[in-house]
Design a protein. Structure first.
Length: 337
C-alpha cells in the first residue's frame, strides 16, 4: 500500500473509546403534526438529529430532534425548508425557500434562530455540510451557473468555482462535484479534478469514495486512486483506512492498508456508514444492522409496524439513524441508540 496513505492512516488513528456496547433500541422519531413522512439526515455525538418532515404535495420543513425534547420545526422564509447536516454544537444547515420560490442557503443556530448564508450576485443557494468549527459548504447559482461555495464560521462566502461543495472537512478542505467530475478544493481554494464519476462518500482527510464507469473508486488526498472492482459501490470511508459499501448486493468492507475485501453479509445487504471506531452500519435484508471491527453482525430492532429499514447516518459514539418504511407507502425517521 502506498506510503502516503499509510502515513495518513497512522496520523489519523485516533479511535473513540465510546462506541456502543449495549444493545441499541429503536425509536420512531415521527413527524411534525399533520405531516405524513420524515427523514433523518444527520446526527451528532450528543444525539441531536437534523432532518426533514414532509406534508402533502411539496410541503417540507427542516426539523431538529433534540435528544430529550422531541421534534422541533426550524424557522423558514415563508415557503418551506430542508436540512442537510448538523454540527457538534447543534448548528443545522440546509436551505429555506423564499416567497419567489428560490432556495436560500441558511443555518439555524442552537437556539433555532435562522441565519441567511449570502453570496454576492447569487439568485439561489443551498448549504450541504458543516464542519466542527462552523465552516459551511454548498452551492450558489450566479449568472445561471452553479458555483461551489465555502462560508466561514461568521458567514463570509468564498466562491470556489464551477460546481457544488458536498462535504467540508474540519481543516476546510471541500469535496464535491463539477459537471461529471469529482473534485476537491484545498483550504486555499485550489481545485483538483479527481476524475469523472459519482461521489458517494468522504472523510475528514478529504478522501472521496464513489463510482466511475461502473467500477468502485476511492480518490485519495495524495491524488492517487484505488480501484475496488466492477460493480463495487463504496458509500463511506473513515479516517483510519476502511471503506464500506456493497458488491454483488452484499455488504462489504475494504481494508485499504492490507488490501483486503471482507464480505459482511449475504445478499441482499449493504454497508452504508463506518465511523472511526470501525463500527459499520447498513442493512441486511429488511433490517438495519451494525457490524463490529471483528465483523460481528447485530440486527437492529424493527420500528413498530415498519416493513423495511434504511440507514442514513452513524455517529462516532455508535448511534444509528435511518428511515423506517411502512406498508402504506409512508416513511418516518428513526434512530437506534
Amino acid at each position: 500500500m502506498r506510503t502516503a496513505l499509510v502515513a495518513a492512516v497512522t496520523a489519523a488513528l485516533v479511535i473513540p473509546a465510546t462506541a456502543h456496547a449495549a444493545p441499541l433500541a429503536a425509536e420512531d422519531l415521527g413527524t411534525l403534526p399533520g405531516d405524513l413522512r420524515s427523514i433523518a439526515a444527520d446526527i451528532n455525538d450528543s444525539g441531536t438529529i437534523a432532518g426533514v418532515s414532509y406534508g402533502s404535495g411539496t410541503s417540507q420543513h427542516a426539523v431538529r430532534w433534540d435528544r430529550f425534547d422531541g421534534i422541533r420545526e426550524l424557522p423558514d422564509l415563508g415557503s418551506g425548508s430542508w436540512a442537510a447536516a448538523i454540527s457538534p454544537d447543534n448548528v443545522v444547515v440546509g436551505y429555506a425557500v423564499i416567497s419567489a420560490g428560490q432556495a436560500q442557503a441558511v443555518k439555524w443556530n442552537p437556539s433555532g434562530a435562522l441565519v441567511r448564508l449570502t453570496v454576492p450576485g447569487a439568485t439561489s443557494s443551498v448549504a450541504n455540510d458543516i464542519s466542527d468549527g462552523g465552516s459551511v459548504t454548498g452551492t450558489a447559482t450566479i449568472n445561471g451557473v452553479s458555483q461551489a461555495v465555502l462560508w466561514n464560521s461568521i458567514g463570509e462566502a468564498t466562491v470556489l468555482g464551477a460546481g457544488s461543495g458536498q462535504h467540508v472537512t474540519n481543516g476546510n478542505w471541500v469535496v464535491g462535484t463539477s459537471g461529471n467530475d469529482v473534485v476537491r478544493w484545498n483550504p486555499s481554494g485550489v481545485r483538483t479534478v479527481l476524475g469523472a464519476g459519482v461521489l458517494l462518500g468522504t472523510n475528514q482527510l478529504a478522501d472521496a469514495a464513489g463510482t466511475a464507469g461502473g467500477n468502485g473508486v476511492l480518490w485519495l488526498r495524495d491524488n492517487t486512486r484505488t480501484q475496488l472492482g466492477a460493480g463495487a459501490r463504496p458509500f463511506d470511508i473513515n479516517d483510519n483506512g476502511f471503506a464500506v459499501g456493497d458488491l454483488s448486493s452484499q455488504a462489504v468492507r475494504w481494508d485499504l492498508v492490507e488490501g483486503d475485501t471482507e464480505v459482511l453479509a449475504t445478499a441482499p445487504s449493504s454497508a452504508r456508514e463506518v465511523n472511526n471506531s470501525g463500527v459499520v452500519a447498513g442493512t441486511a435484508g429488511t433490517s438495519a444492522a451494525t457490524w463490529t471491527m471483528a465483523g460481528t453482525r447485530t440486527l437492529l430492532p424493527a420500528v413498530s409496524g415498519a416493513t423495511r429499514h434504511n440507514v442514513t447516518g452513524l455517529s462516532e459514539v455508535g448511534q444509528v439513524i435511518g428511515v423506517a418504511n411502512f406498508s402504506d407507502g409512508t416513511y418516518r425517521a428513526a434512530v437506534w441508540r
